[in-house]
Design a protein around this ligand. Structure first.
Ligand SMILES: Nc1nc2c(c(=O)[nH]1)N[C@H]1C(S)=C(S)[C@@H](COP(=O)(O)O)O[C@H]1N2
Ligand SMILES: [Mo]
Length: 403
């Protein structure tokens, strides 16, 4: 299989060398080290080798043609980054998570917040959880390129997503120890990165409220991924994680949690990350559970070598739970055939699948993958337009050439 990628792929040698050192997840191609200066700096700290990422300045997208079928999880060095501002430096020795609000059993003002150090959080019972971590705007570019109605925002293809094995402590454990007022309904999570300024307006620090029910169900305060500390770009030392929910809910560099007996709002649940425009009503609710999506492990317009059987591989995922089935079309959607599940995976991580494309003719083709999750949600052929370009979940028409 040949993919037209502008940069070299990580060499087999560097990957093997990393694996031999027992650090396979952190192995970087040699080129990464020399590209440090030109990468996402000053917004993103980690190297962004062009064979792994599309660089959009403060955001970086994982390239699907850099994903190895052998690697189920997305190591942090390869995970997409979505920053509203720039990755901050947080001093772990002075770091404190502040928890306050009238929704605690003993109400506390911001000045009298409960403070938890990094050490306090690390001493609590550890929970490990693998989830698909995804930006709400993943796939946004296809509103324009596939449906002819472009939406503004980062023009992600399908790589603002990864499957990550997180380590942390259940937020529920922390809240139960502090004590909650039974009338508490909402928690505002606020990051420590600089206030977000856009179009001359200062929106304050990145923050978004989420329901207490989600906090008690499965939210985590995360300090690690792949058995390593979080990388600075992914929220070091502590980030919130709301499994299966829109990426914006998982606030990085978590500075405070305000627990309230009243609903709370921020521009990140009123102005952004809800549906506006198109056919949506003016009062559509803040987005929560991620939709169903699929991607091929191929570059855009990849060239495949003609054989009796051309193997196609890809992944499908859903915020609502496991994938029930995946169907593939190699004739632009005229006929569909079931793909074979290679690895079904954890409750909310992705499903790897494979499809044997028999005797394709030479020339240009469109390959499509359509997944259905256990909740019965199936990827549509068209995603309803919205101004924010959120939740592009339609089947993507992926061009390939058989040579
Ligand atoms: N503090 C803070 N948290 C944040 C953001 C941010 O800019 N600042 N971006 C959010 C968005 S929109 C997404 S998609 C995820 C991206 O997480 P990642 O960069 O670790 O992949 O973080 C979320 N949490
Ligand atoms: Mo996002």
């Amino acid at each position: 299989m040949i993919s037209p990628s502008p940069g070299p792929r990580p060499s087999r040698r560097s990957l093997l060398a990393g694996a031999a050192a027992g650090a396979g997840l952190l192995a970087l191609p040699a080129e990464a080290l020399t590209q440090r200066a030109s990468a996402g700096a000053p917004y993103i700290r980690k190297p962004l080798p062009p064979s792994w990422f599309y660089d959009y300045g403060s955001n970086a997208e994982m390239r699907w043609d850099s994903v190895s079928t052998q690697q189920y999880l997305t190591p942090q060095p390869r995970l997409f980054v979505r920053n509203h501002t720039a990755t901050p430096t947080v001093d772990v020795s002075t770091y404190r998570l502040r928890i306050f609000g009238d929704g605690l059993a003993t109400p506390r003002s911001s000045d009298a917040a409960v403070t938890l150090s990094y050490g306090d959080l690390r001493s609590l019972p550890v929970t490990r959880r693998t989830t698909v971590h995804e930006c709400t705007g993943n796939g946004r570019s296809f509103f324009g390129t596939q449906q002819g109605t472009p939406a503004s925002g980062t023009q992600w293809t399908l790589g603002a997503v990864g499957a990550v094995a997180w380590q942390g402590v259940r937020l529920g454990t922390v809240l139960e120890r502090i004590g909650l007022d039974p009338r508490a309904v909402s928690i505002m999570a606020t990051g420590l990165d600089d206030p977000y300024v856009s179009g001359g307006v200062d929106y304050g620090r990145v923050r978004r409220p989420f329901p207490v029910t989600k906090a008690l169900e499965d939210a985590l305060l995360v300090w690690g991924a792949d058995g390593e500390d979080l990388l600075p770009d992914h929220g070091y030392p502590i980030r919130l994680l709301l499994p299966g929910w829109v990426g914006i809910g998982s606030i990085k560099w978590l500075g405070s949690l305000e627990v309230s007996t009243a609903e709370q709002t921020s521009p990140w649940n009123t102005k952004w990350y809800r549906m506006t425009g198109g056919g949506y009503p003016a009062d559509s609710p803040p987005l929560t559970v991620n939709p169903v999506r699929s991607a091929l492990e191929l570059g855009w317009g990849a060239t495949l070598v003609r054989r009796a059987v051309v193997p196609l591989t890809g992944r499908s995922w859903s915020g609502a739970g496991p994938i029930a089935r995946v169907d593939v079309s190699t004739d632009g959607g005229a006929t569909w055939d079931r793909a074979r599940v290679v690895r079904g995976g954890h409750r909310e991580a992705w499903t790897q699948w494979a499809y044997d494309w028999r005797l394709p003719s030479r020339g240009d083709h469109v390959v499509m993958a359509r997944a259905t999750d256990v909740a019965g949600r199936q990827q549509p052929l068209v995603s309803p337009y919205n101004d924010g370009g959120y939740f592009f979940d339609a089947v993507v028409r992926h061009p390939v050439t058989v040579a």
